[in-house]
Structures are given as structure tokens and as C-alpha cells.
Design a protein around this ligand. Structure first.
Ligand SMILES: Nc1ncnc2c1ncn2[C@@H]1O[C@H](COP(=O)(O)OP(=O)(O)OP(=O)(O)O)[C@@H](O)[C@H]1O
Ligand SMILES: [Mg+2]
Length: 582
């Protein structure tokens, strides 16, 4: 069972000293409980109550009376320190796991993230790590105190009963301990399955919530409020059903062990009576037996908690164990600022292994070319562009920059050479200035303003009461579509990378905003290798190279004049585009 957690023991190293202190305190607690209380009855009580002992002088009575408070003070202090130290270790470990989880999310292939739901990833990072913390702290609280208590209580029983006639009494007193294993195992098995279901369902609930918030506008526009609420209620009630099942089994454990232990006491009683055990010895044994059942009960609960932790761990490991397939090569090529010759050589790529989205695609885009990618929806244009910064890796063939396979470059070297303006640019909930700075983190404020001016963004930014310090809202929610796009263009100006990938917005902006963006882009593309997924006929016409995509292949390449006269598909696409956007 604990082997399951073994790979994570490395997390213990930084908190090793805290844990050592905690273990020591746990031992002291166990000794105080398991030995201190039963032995008091064995040694002290007879001296006080048995008339055959000589009467005690006053100071000794005081010493006897102090036994109990001393034992309890020791027990209390050690117990407190044990719990406190382990809690500290627990939250530290959790923090480390959470950070590693987040770091892993940063480098995982996009394809993996697209297979998961956001809510589930969030739930794994918060709810499951939380469960893991609960497991760790429960383990912490009781994982040392209870076994130590049990050990010392058993020692008390053995010590007192060993001097009675026969081993029967000893065996009877200890018999119940192994028997308690059965209910613990029975319950544990059932809990682990339900716990996994519970955590998974927690992911569905989180996802229902996050998806709903992401679609706030659609919900209102389509009048889906009731439908969404009903769907959410469905998810939560499914969660509650498994939660109840977990409770049903987990809560059965304590009474089961208590009932078993009551039978145990009865057997001890019979044996003690038949063996003519002295009252104080009997009391000692019963106290020790009683004290040893409590840890068993708690160990059972720990077992349940471990099972839940295991379930949470299984879910977290889906992320931890996912291979990072897109990563730096062993011997990376030396790459500075590239010239920007981009080439595709017989590239085949599929999102899902059986259905290739690009088949045998070859293209050469020399440095300084503005290359437009055109073609019907779903033809593979975005996919093609995504292969250059290695958002995905090709299945066959290769993508090169200046003749070097992109897989031979370190990711940071490769991506430093690329600026990306996506269709629907994402901004962070931060100031305008900081959002622009993402283009190049070491840019000076002057450079930021310069980039904004180039992108025709400076004007509207200055019109905000807080100017460049305006907070843009989540994903840039407080800005208009055109403003967001201009910030994205400004970011690309700042990056000043030799390769530029533009996914032209499909949504039409008002003509003034549109013109400003077009004007900014014209300045931006100068001297760069540009891949532009073009939707506007003006962009297409001005491109020096046009690649026509259809069903995952490049069916024609050339400039506008060549293609318009020589390619039927291009002709229809272009004519349709012109009537739409003109
Ligand atoms: N993340 C993904 N996972 C699985 N399949 C995908 C994914 N992204 C795109 N596809 C599929 O790959 C094909 C090509 O998509 P792609 O986005 O490259 O088309 P496109 O030419 O950019 O189309 P559009 O002009 O509509 O943007 C489509 O059939 C699409 O369904
Ligand atoms: Mg696309």
C-alpha cells in the first residue's frame, strides 16, 4: 500500500527534519498513552487503595496524584507537536506537488490538453491535491501516534499478563487485534473504488461550472439558464450519490471495530475470572486492551484515507505520467536569430492516429516571403501553421527553418524566432502594459509604447483613464475585438521575430478598425517570413506566395495572377471571398 506512494517520497526530503521531530513526538505520545496510563493502575492504585501496603506519607500522595497530570501533559505536548509538525510537512509537500503539477501543465503537448476538459484538469490540480493533503495530514496525525500507542499498550498487556498463570489471558486480550484486519480490509476495498468515482465526478462538476462561465453570453442569448442549471444539478447529484456511498462504507468501520472489541473485552473478562486475576491487574489489562483498540480504529480510518489518497494520486498521475513528447532534443543545434527560410518536406500529420489531416505536404517559403494559406474550411491551414512552432510534431517528413529540422532546435530557441497573432488573441487579466510586455519581457517602456503606436493601439490606450495601467479583464473581456487584435499586433511588433504567423480574424470589424489593423500588419510584415491564414481578399492578393489547401494537401502554389488564371479552386475561393469582404 505504502509502496504506491513511494515515487513521492522524494518530496519528503526537504521536510526530513520536521518529520524526524514529529516521529519522536509520536513515540513519546504513544509511550505516554500506552504505558503511562495502564501502568499507573498497576503500580500506583494498589499502593493507595490496598490496605496491605503501609500508609503513604503526605509528599508521596502528592507525587502519586501528580502521575496523571504529568502523563497527560507529556501526552498532550507530544501529541500537539506531532500533529503540528506533520501538518507543516504536509502542506509543504502539497505545495511542492501542486507546483510540479502546474509546471507539468506548462510543457505538456497541446494534444494532451485537448483530450481533457479544463474542469477536470482544474479538479485534479485542486480537489485531488487537496485530498492528497488530507490523506497526508491524517497519516501525519495518526500514522505515528496510533501505531506507537498500540505498540506500548500491547507491551503493557504482555508485561502484566506474562506474570499471570498461563498464556490464555494474554492471547485472549490480544486476539481481537488481528481480527480487526477483516473489517478494515473489507471497507478499504470498497472505499477506494468509490473514492475514485467521487474524485472523477468532482472533475465533471468543476467542468460543468467552468464551461458554463466560459459560455455566459451564449447561455443568456439562447435562454439556456434553466437547462444549464438542470445539467449542473445532474452532475452534483451524481457527486452526492458517490459521496454517500463513500460515507456508507467509511463510517461503518468504527462501530464494527467497537463491536468486535466489546466481544474481546467479554472474553478477557471470562478468562480473568477463571484465572483469579487480581483486581488491579484486571483493571490494567482492560485499560490496556481498551487503549489498544482505539489505535486500531484509527488505523482503519487511516487505511480508508490512504485509499482515498490513492484514488486522488491515480488522477493526479494521469498528468504527472503523461510523457512530454514535444521537448528539447538531446543535442540541440545552435540557433540564434534565424534567417527565416521555412520548408515542409513530405509532411504527414494526424491529430488522431488513423485520420491524417495533412498528407505528404511539401512547401518552401523563402525568407522575407509573405505567404498566404488559403483553402476551404477544415483543409488544414491552421494545422500547417501550428507545425512550425512545434505545437504538434509531424508524423512523417520534416519541417525546417534555415534547413534545420525544428525538432533539432531547443524549443525556446525555436519559439523565440516566431511571433504569433492568433484569430482570437488571449490577454491576461493584467494591465495593458504587462500584456504587451509578454511579446518581449525585457522591453523598455519606450519600446512598449513604440510597438503600440505601430499597431495603432497607442491612441485608444491613452484614451483610457488609466492608460497603459488599465486592467483588461479576464481574457481581455473589457476590450473590444478590434482593440484586442491591435494589442496582439503590438505584442508581435515588440517580439520582432523573423517569422510571423498570423491567423487572420474571420469576424469582420468596422472598416476603420479594420483599416488600422491592415495598415499595422503591412508595417509588421516587412522583412519577415510570414505565414498568414488569410480570409481577406486584399491580404491574399498582396501575398507574394499563395498556398492553396484542399483536404489536407497543397493543391496549388503561386502568386495571385498565376493562380487566378490557372486554378479553379482558387478562383472560386477568391471570388467568393471578394464578394463577402468587399
Ligand atoms: N485539435 C484537434 N484535434 C483533432 N482534430 C482537429 C484538431 N484541430 C483540427 N482538427 C481537424 O483537422 C482538420 C483541419 O483543421 P484545420 O484547423 O487545420 O483547418 P483550417 O484549414 O484551418 O480550417 P478553417 O479555415 O476553418 O480554420 C479538420 O478536419 C479538423 O476537424
Ligand atoms: Mg483555421
Amino acid at each position: 500500500m505504502l509502496r504506491r506512494f513511494k515515487p513521492y517520497f522524494t518530496y519528503l526530503r526537504p521536510v526530513a527534519r520536521i518529520l524526524a521531530g514529529a516521529i519522536l513526538c509520536g513515540l513519546v505520545y504513544g509511550a505516554a498513552t500506552g504505558l503511562g496510563l495502564p501502568l499507573m493502575q498497576h503500580y500506583i492504585f494498589p499502593r493507595v487503595f490496598d490496605p496491605s501496603f503501609p500508609p503513604l506519607p503526605g509528599w508521596q500522595i502528592l507525587a502519586v496524584a501528580m502521575w496523571l497530570p504529568i502523563v497527560f501533559t507529556l501526552r498532550g505536548l507530544a501529541g500537539y507537536l506531532n500533529s503540528y509538525l506533520i501538518q507543516i510537512a504536509g502542506v509543504r509537500i502539497l505545495e511542492a506537488i501542486r507546483l510540479d503539477y502546474f509546471r507539468k501543465l506548462q510543457v505538456l503537448p497541446l494534444a494532451f490538453l485537448q483530450r481533457q476538459t479544463t474542469g477536470d484538469i482544474i479538479s485534479r490540480g485542486l480537489a485531488d491535491t487537496n485530498q492528497l493533503q488530507t490523506t497526508l495530514t491524517t497519516l501525519a496525525n495518526d500514522g505515528m501516534k496510533q501505531p506507537a500507542t498500540l505498540l506500548f499498550a500491547v507491551a503493557s498487556i504482555v508485561y502484566v499478563t506474562a506474570r499471570q498463570e498461563g498464556v490464555g489471558l494474554m492471547l485472549a486480550s490480544l486476539a481481537i487485534i488481528p481480527m480487526c484486519v477483516f473489517p478494515i480490509r473489507y471497507v478499504g476495498k470498497r472505499v477506494v473504488k468509490r473514492a475514485y468515482q467521487m474524485q472523477t465526478q468532482m472533475g465533471s462538476v468543476t467542468n460543468s461550472l467552468s464551461e458554463n462561465l466560459g459560455a455566459a453570453k451564449e447561455v443568456r442569448a439562447f435562454g439556456l439558464e434553466e437547462r444549464q442549471a438542470a445539467a449542473f444539478a445532474g452532475e452534483t447529484s451524481a457527486l452526492i450519490r458517490v459521496q454517500i456511498k463513500v460515507a456508507k462504507y467509511a463510517q461503518a468501520l468504527t462501530p464494527a471495530i467497537e463491536i468486535l472489541s466489546a466481544f474481546g473485552m467479554a472474553i478477557v473478562f471470562v478468562y480473568a475470572y477463571r484465572g483469579h486475576v487480581k483486581f488491579e491487574d484486571f483493571l490494567t489489562i482492560i485499560t490496556a486492551v481498551y487503549i489498544s483498540y482505539d489505535p486500531i480504529k484509527k488505523l482503519g480510518a487511516i487505511n480508508n484515507e490512504l485509499k482515498r489518497g490513492e484514488a486522488a494520486l491515480n488522477r493526479i498521475e494521469v498528468v504527472f505520467n503523461e510523457p512530454v513528447t514535444i521537448r528539447d532534443p538531446e543535442n540541440p543545434a545552435k540557433v540564434g536569430r534565424v534567417r527565416g527560410d521555412v520548408a515542409f518536406e513530405g509532411v504527414t500529420f494526424a491529430y488522431k492516429s488513423e485520420e491524417p489531416v495533412l498528407t505528404g505536404v511539401s512547401a518552401s517559403i523563402p525568407s522575407g516571403t509573405v505567404c498566404a494559406l488559403v483553402g476551404p474550411s477544415g483543409a488544414g491551414k491552421t494545422t500547417f501553421a501550428n507545425l512550425v512552432p512545434r505545437f504538434y510534431d509531424v508524423d512523417r517528413g520534416r519541417v525546417t527553418i534555415d534547413g534545420i529540422d525544428v525538432r533539432q532546435m531547443r524549443l525556446c530557441d525555436l519559439r523565440r524566432n516566431i511571433a504569433l497573432v492568433s484569430q482570437d488573441p488571449v490577454l491576461f487579466n493584467d494591465t495593458v502594459h504587462n500584456n504587451l510586455l509578454l511579446g518581449r519581457l525585457d522591453a523598455t517602456p519606450q519600446e512598449v509604447v513604440r510597438a503600440a503606436q505601430n499597431a495603432h493601439a497607442d491612441e485608444f490606450i491613452r484614451a483610457f483613464p488609466q492608460g497603459y495601467d488599465t486592467i483588461v479583464g479576464e481574457r481581455g473581456a473589457r476590450l473590444s475585438g478590434g482593440q484586442k487584435q491591435r494589442l496582439a499586433v503590438a505584442r508581435a511588433f515588440l517580439r520582432n521575430a523573423p517569422i510571423l504567423i498570423l491567423d487572420e480574424a474571420t469576424s469582420a470589424l468596422d472598416s476603420q478598425s479594420e483599416q488600422m489593423i491592415q495598415d499595422a500588419l503591412r508595417k509588421l510584415v516587412v522583412g519577415k517570413t510570414v505565414l498568414i491564414i488569410a480570409h481577406r481578399f486584399s491580404t491574399i492578393r498582396d501575398a507574394s506566395l499563395i498556398l492553396v489547401f484542399d483536404k489536407g494537401s497543397i493543391v496549388a502554389a503561386g502568386d495571385h495572377a498565376q493562380l487566378y488564371s490557372g486554378n479553379r479552386l482558387y478562383q472560386t475561393l477568391y471570388d467568393r471571398q471578394r464578394t463577402e469582404t468587399a
